[in-house]
Structures are given as structure tokens and as C-alpha cells.
Design a binder for this molecule. Sequence first.
Ligand SMILES: *Cc1c(COP(=O)(O)O)cnc(C)c1O
Length: 472
Amino acid sequence: MLSTDRSSQNSGHRYLPQIESSDATLSPNQQLLPLTAKVNSDDNLEIGGCEIKRLVEQYGSPLYVLDETTLRTACKQYRDGFAHYYGGESQVIYASKAWSCLAVCSIINSEGLGFDVVSGGEIYTALQAGVESQNLYFHGNNKSRSELELAVTTGCQIIVDNWLELKTLTTIAQESSTQPVKILLRLTPGIECHTHEYIRTGHLDSKFGFDPNQIEQVYAFVSNQPTLECLGIHAHIGSQIFERQPHQDVADVLVKWLKPAQDYGLPMTTLNVGGGLGICYTESDDPPSITEWVKAVSEAVETACNHHQISLPKLIAEPGRSLIGSACVTAYTVGSDKEVPEIRKYITVDGGMSDNPRPITYESVYRSLIANKMSAVLTETVTVAGKHCESGDVLIKDAALPKTEPGDILVVMTTGAYNYSMASNYNRIGRPAAILVNEGEANLIIERETYENLLERDRLPERLINSTNTPN
Ligand SMILES: *Cc1c(COP(=O)(O)O)cnc(C)c1O
């Protein structure tokens, strides 16, 4: 839970993780800062035993700082939660679109999780990180033929989204695979909860998945394909969800749809309820803990299975954001400022929409602090702007901060999910470096892009090389 300690309420301390009772375990998705965050004797923020200011001195800014303990704790809470609350077999798979890189995949692989991958690039990254292909689940609503071939030849399981894919896959399987290709079917659950905003990918008007009204046709088709082995069904209803009910509902409809598969002789034993558990971006966000969510989903599946009298399937959940979101912060250096009298004060940092496109894309809200002045009283309300050539390049509106000066280190919290993975080179700004911190050790896991990197794939046609600016 977030800190409510009065003495620290008006400083950056208020974001520090606080254990309220001695035996409580913190759920990473309910924290704004990584679990190892603390303030050292120089009034500086440390994460994973590393001082943020010193990391910036060494590696420059902007800088993604990823805390290994927080990431591993989230993996463990999901894994142990299912082992404890679910009576059947279970598997947690990381939605790697949240942040796919070798180090992240390697850590999560070592925690025994599988991977949800949505492109040839994500398959390649996971395989290069040492993930075994049987732990890869290939998603996507428009997988290319070459991506499907890659998935089949490497031995990934495939979550089939639509008829075209089903037919293409049948052909590929006939041509190139000696073993039947393991598939799951993605269905659009059509969960109607009119009052809730969370109906994003699960409602019937969605680009994802088979229409459940066609489910029997799909089962009939698949049951006639000896080259496909249909293991189960999948649904994903959306992201940043704070209620438990929608996932309980999805568990219920999926179990209901598993049942008719038996009539087609399909040995379907897997049920994948997707991801979507929300995280705290601000102190007013209130998601259930990872353990509470796992318990609710497990119980819903068991109840539905009892009701429909089917044996417990292998249960898969595929969280992304709640595994990695709060494990990472982005550190920036404060630069220029501008006061618009009686309207607002801007302070500018050395990154922005290229390293965190979520505010400009989704109007996402973030919290920040000044890492080198953790006890300073929050006297200012400022707008934290990026350095890109867009007026909309604002990371945080109305941030409560102490008085800042150029050179201060501003940390934006909860930037682990959908930040690096959505980063761009807009304005030809190289993407930041990422550092993994753990017990006082800092390792570079992604290098900062240099000017040379930015030109690496540019090609200048011969006839332009010696051209002058005088038209002939
Ligand atoms: C994005 C996505 C997830 C992960 O969602 P989070 O909200 O990050 O947990 C899981 N499954 C599918 C199919 C997705 O598209």
C-alpha cells in the first residue's frame, strides 16, 4: 500500500514503499516505486542499492532504471498464487510487448514463466534470450505467413485469431511440420458490462479473435485437421483493469465454451484468461494485489468447471503491465523552465514523448519526484514538459515538486510497461539506455542509441552523393 506517513507527506518520501504490518508482502502492482526504493543519507533516491543520481552521472539521461527484485517478486507472486489457489496445472506467461529485450526475457524465463509474443521480432528476442520455444505463445490478429512459418518451425504454440490464419496455418503445417502444430483459439468474449470502461478488446466489436457465434464451425474445422492440435481457448479483455469481476466473467464464459469442444473430439485442456490486471500510476489508483487477482480468477475457473462438470483445465494467465510496470523508473535531467504568468510554470526534461509516448497517446497520468532532493518540501506545481517539437509533449501536468534547478534529477515512476517498448526516435533523439539494478550492482542492459546508430540503416543512393544544390 502507498505510504500515508504524515511526516513525509510533503516530500518525495511519500512514494516510498511502506510495509504496514510486519508479515505483509507488498504487491508490486500497488506501488509507485520499485520495492527496493529508499532514501540514502545524502537525501538521494536509491533503487536496488544504486543511487539514481550516480547512475545518471555514469550512464547519462534519460535513463530507464529497472529493479530486478521488483520484477522477480511480481513473477513469484503470480506463480506462487496460482500454485496455491488453483487446483489444476497453471502457467503464467509474460506479455512481452510490455517490454521485450534480452535481459527482461532472461530474468522472467529464469522465474519459470512463459512468454506471450506478438511478432517475429518478439519471438526472436525471446529465443535469443534462451526461452524454450514450447514456452512461447504467438499472438496477433494479422500474423504474416513468414511469422507463422517461423513460429511453426521453431515450435511455438500459436493462438489463432481468425479464419485466414487458421487456413494459412493448416497449409504451413502440412508443408513444413512433422508434428501437429499446437494451437489455442482466441475468442471475443463479448462480455457486456455496460457501466465499465474496460471493455476494450473483449467486447464483440473488436478486431481480435473469433466471433463466439462461430465457435462450433471453428471446432468442426479444427477437428478435421490432423496437422493441428487444438489445446484450448483464449480471451483477453483489456488492460489496466481494477475490478475483479470482468476476469471472473471471462473465466466463466471460457469454461462454458470449452464444453462443446468435447462433442468434436477435441482434447482441449487449456484455458487462457489473458492479462490486464491494473497497476498504480497515482496514489488514487486502486487495483487488487496480484495475489487477490490470482485468487479471484482461480476460484472463478474452479466454480465454472464444477458448474459445467468438466475437469480443471490447465490455466494460463498472461500479465504484462502488472509484472513489470512498477519495476522501472525513468530518470531525467531538469533543464530550462518557463513561467507563463498566472497560467503555469513549465520545467523541461531531456526526454519526453520519444521515451514515454503514453501521456501523449493515452493521456496517461504519472507521478514524479526529484531524486536528489527527497526530503525537500513540495512547494511547486509545475508542468513537466519534454524536449520534442510538439506542444503536446508533456509528461506530467501539475506535478507537485520541490523547487527545482537545472541539473536536478527528475524521476518519473512506473515506466516499466509500454515505455521502452513504445519508444521512438522522433526528432532523431536516440532511445535511452536501460540499467538493471540489484543489490548495489548496476548493469547496462540496453545501450543508449548514438548518432551513428541513428544513421545505421540510412542509405544514400550513389547519384545523390556528389550532387550539389545547383539544379542542372
Ligand atoms: C496486451 C495483452 C496482454 C497483457 O496485458 P496487460 O494489461 O499488460 O497485462 C495479454 N494478452 C494479450 C492478448 C494482450 O494483447
